[in-house]
Write a protein that binds this ligand. Structure first.
Ligand SMILES: [Zn+2]
Ligand SMILES: [Zn+2]
Length: 285
């Protein structure tokens, strides 16, 4: 299994020399298994670069894309890249988008209502490729060579996290996660997702002082991400959903602070996600 990080930022894209190391595109991670179709975690602005990477390879092979997008929720930073995903322009492309409905409103109505004039020049249905929308909640489902677990995660609107297992290895993706005020307890859903995974990609938007000022904004601290990883017996932790107010220097400091937390040396790896980073996830030897 291989992970490639196309967007690692939370909330709002950002750019400029002070973001050169970690990047400014929002949440989008490619997961490739040995034989199955690609899985894409979220459709943030990083999805544009993912499409730019994939499309020439697909054209060379003469095969339109078949991919699955696992959307955690509908906040802009997780959706804005979707209409800029160039493989959708190819006839025959099939993109299955899994995600949660929001209260009374269906996933289809939400996405079709977001990608439509006057917010975007064309409608979702006008792309040559076929977009299939699949509502998911608390459930488990299978792809060609992977099993996917979706569970509700505390945030500010109905939000899922995902766990994908394939070929004996597992990844959990929890990019937006409201830490509890005590920053000690862990919800049952998050435990289900994270227990014993090889790689956990987790919200690490704030430090403790920022959390004190924004304790109901829907996010976690770096220290809480480490806590979840240790409690769940995770092998490798990827700090994710960086705050747009954090430049490279600040994220490097947060990454180092995470490694200094007592017990953190029990993890095989703690790394702050960088745009363009790849992780080959092998079974424990
Ligand atoms: Zn977000
Ligand atoms: Zn969010």
């Amino acid at each position: 299994m291989r992970l490639t990080f196309y967007g690692v930022r939370g909330s709002c894209p950002c750019s400029g020399p002070s973001y050169a190391t970690f990047g400014g595109a929002t949440s989008c991670v490619l997961l490739e298994t040995d034989t199955g179709t690609p899985i894409i975690f979220d459709a943030g602005t990083g999805m544009r670069a993912l499409g730019t990477d994939l499309q020439p390879r697909l054209h060379e092979r003469g095969i339109p894309l078949h991919a699955r997008v696992l959307l955690t929720h509908l906040h802009y930073d997780h959706l804005l890249g979707l209409p800029f995903f160039s493989p959708l322009e190819d006839p025959g492309a099939v993109v299955e988008i899994y995600g949660p409905r929001q209260g009374e409103t269906s996933l289809a109505d939400l996405i079709n209502g977001a990608v439509t004039p006057p917010f975007f020049p064309v409608q979702m249905t006008e792309f040559a490729g076929d977009v299939r929308l699949v509502e998911v909640a608390d459930e488990d489902f299978a792809t060609e060579d992977a099993t996917v677990t979706s569970r509700w995660v505390p945030h500010t609107d109905p939000t899922l996290g995902y766990r994908v297992e394939s070929g004996g290895v597992s990844v959990a993706y929890v990019p937006d996660h409201q830490a509890p005020l005590d920053r000690l307890t862990i919800s049952d859903g998050v435990r289900d997702l994270c227990q014993g995974v090889d790689v956990l990609i987790h919200d690490a938007q704030y430090d403790d002082e920022e959390f004190a000022r924004r304790s109901d904004w829907g996010h976690s601290t770096v220290a809480y991400a480490v806590r979840v990883a240790l409690e769940a017996g995770v092998r490798q932790l990827v700090l994710f959903h960086h705050d747009p107010a954090h430049d490279d220097e600040r994220i490097l400091a947060l990454e180092e602070a995470a490694r200094q937390i007592p017990g953190a040396d029990g993890l095989e790896l703690i790394v702050a996600a960088r745009e363009g980073m790849t992780l080959d996830v092998g079974a424990m030897t």
